[in-house]
Design a binder for this molecule. Structure first.
Ligand code: G1P
Ligand code: ZN
Length: 543
């Protein structure tokens, strides 16, 4: 087998965003595109000579081809070993676990998360560092700089490597170890949660539906929920991973997981419902007739995590992304633990988790996780909920009601405007940014601004600074508007408007969120002139 060195040129736009490099699949399929980026990852992390890497992806279209290219490039670049999930599959949290458990030098995860898959849909690739977490900005910047100066890449000339059989093979001088994608992860979950209590819950007739959305968590959910915990066969729906996610949009929210929503909102619905996304790091939580917002889920999990054996000693602290509602802040205050507010994206939680400052983290975008890995983890959140349901014997609706009665309710919604003209979106943000200093004291749609700024974050552990992380306008009484542009979109700009208000009175905690948020929604429209800049009267997605 020969190592070929191909001359190449830098390709524009290979800048990793919120979660690695995401582009249309056909862009990745262009000659040299993937190879250029992979070589830049290797160069950006100081080469891979003698290193061990983990590789796997969510099984979307082009996953199989990309894994083969990465293996051959790793071999040509002198890597000692690559650990790869069977058939090239690994959920994002499972990859994070393997990277950590085997003390490797990091890993490459292939996924565009909750974005659809297929030749005309999205593909993505990201590098995770040896702590198992997404590369921090300083590393992604080095990778990006490498993409702009690349002159050649190295690849081993070989036929495809068999990835369907477990065990070790050689690729040139490199070892390829194909592992069971589920086993290590399932063992970790068994350590954290009271599987006997959950087993007893299912045995008592408790019913659940888990929608894997034709994505990577199907095999994980079947192995853990059905085979280990005794949930009836059929509990997991859409459980076979497909390269196009069955033609769907593997995003676990009420809009895209509508089949599950219909089941859970019907008469005689199961007791519990959940869904996970393309690569298994996001989750949606439902009870019979009840939708739990991700922000509320984080708060409730923080309040009750001690009921699970893995968290019985309590939490060191909690962290949430800035746009996530302040519900968890109230729990942290009651528990007397630290609460951190970070920019959007899981990578900012890594240093807090590594330093032992935070145990639980979460984002409003359906991401929740803990210090067990360095990624958010959909199935983990589902299992922690199950553990809490088993320990309290309360329903999801009761748990939520009692939680709000104790801490107050943070009404919350996110409005997305997708595929907006990038120039118009930038103009809108610039115009609002200019207005921020004059807003405090003004009353808009009946609510008074107390503060307005552009969010910047100084990491309390390593001192790194991230600026330009979203515009926020705070109002009296705990209401808030946040506006930011997505860093994961692949077409035009996606404007995200995050809306929140606080209701301490239990008698006023069962309103429709869009209605309760009425004044905040009109204030956002008035302040940012959203219709003018986007040309839309209504958002494309409301979560
Ligand atoms: C989105 C979410 C963010 C999440 C990221 C990766 O990023 O908003 O919370 O960490 O996907 O899953 P955005 O498109 O807003 O930049
Ligand atoms: Zn994801």
């Amino acid at each position: 087998m020969q190592i070929a060195t191909h001359a190449t040129q830098p390709i524009d736009g290979q800048k990793p965003g919120t979660s690695g490099l995401r582009k249309k699949t056909r862009v990745f399929m262009q000659p040299h595109y993937l190879e250029n980026f992979v070589q830049s990852v290797f160069d950006g992390i100081g080469g891979v000579t003698g290193k061990t890497l983990v590789v796997g992806g969510d099984g979307r279209y082009f996953n199989d081809r990309a894994v083969q290219v990465i293996l051959r490039m790793a071999a040509a670049n002198g890597a000692a070993k690559v650990v790869v999930g069977q058939d090239g599959l690994l959920s994002t949290p499972a990859a994070s676990n393997v990277i950590r458990k085997r003390a490797t030098d990091g890993g490459i995860i292939l996924s565009a998360s909750h974005n659809p898959g297929g030749p005309d849909e999205d593909f993505g690739i990201k590098f995770n560092t040896p702590n198992g977490g997404p590369a921090p900005e300083e590393v992604t910047e080095r990778i990006f700089v490498a993409t702009t100066a690349l002159t050649e890449y190295k690849i081993l000339e070989s036929t495809d490597i068999q990835l369907d059989t477990l065990g070790e093979t050689s690729l040139g001088a490199m070892t390829v170890e194909v592992i069971d994608a589920v086993a290590d992860y399932a063992a970790l979950m068994a350590d954290l949660f009271d599987f006997d209590a959950i087993r007893a819950l299912f045995a008592s007739g408790f019913t659940m539906r888990f929608d894997a959305m034709h994505a990577v968590t199907g095999p994980y959910a079947k192995a853990i929920l059905e085979d280990t915990l005794g949930a009836p066969v059929g509990t997991v729906m859409n459980g076979v991973p497909s390269p196009t996610f069955g033609g769907g949009h593997p995003d676990p929210n009420p809009v895209w997981a509508h089949d599950l929503m219909d089941i859970m909102m019907a008469d005689n619905a199961p007791h519990f419902g959940a869904a996970s996304d393309g690569d298994g790091d996001r989750n949606m939580i439902l009870g019979r007739g009840t939708y739990v917002t991700p922000s509320d889920s984080l708060a409730l999990l923080a309040a009750k995590a001690h009921l699970a054996p893995g968290y019985a000693d309590g939490l060191a602290g909690v962290a949430r992304s800035m746009p996530t509602s302040a519900a968890v802040d109230r729990v942290a205050e009651a528990l007397g633990i630290e609460c951190f507010e970070t920019p959007t994206g899981w990578k900012f939680f890594g240093s807090l988790l590594d330093a032992g400052r935070a145990t639980l983290c979460g984002e409003e975008s359906a991401g929740t996780g803990s210090n067990h890995v360095r990624e958010k983890d959909g199935l983990w959140a589902v299992l922690l909920w199950l553990n809490i349901l088993a320990a309290t014997k309360q329903s999801v609706a009761e748990l939520l009601k009692f939680h709000w009665a104790q801490y107050g309710r943070n009404y919350y919604s996110r409005h997305d405007y997708e595929g907006v003209d990038a120039g118009q979106a930038a103009d809108m943000m610039a115009a609002l940014r200019d207005k921020l200093p004059e807003l405090p004291g003004q009353t808009i749609s009946g609510i008074t601004v107390t503060a307005a700024d552009e969010f910047a974050y100084t990491d309390p552990v390593d001192g790194s600074v991230s600026s330009g992380q979203g515009l926020r306008i705070l109002f009296e009484g705990g209401s808030r508007i946040v506006l930011r542009l997505s860093g994961t979109g692949t077409v035009g700009a996606t404007l995200r408007v995050y809306l929140e208000s606080y209701e301490p009175d239990p008698d006023r905690q069962s309103q429709d969120p869009q209605q309760a948020l009425g004044p905040v929604i009109s204030a956002a429209q008035a302040l940012a002139n959203i219709t003018h800049y986007t040309g839309r009267n209504v958002p494309d997605v409301r979560t």
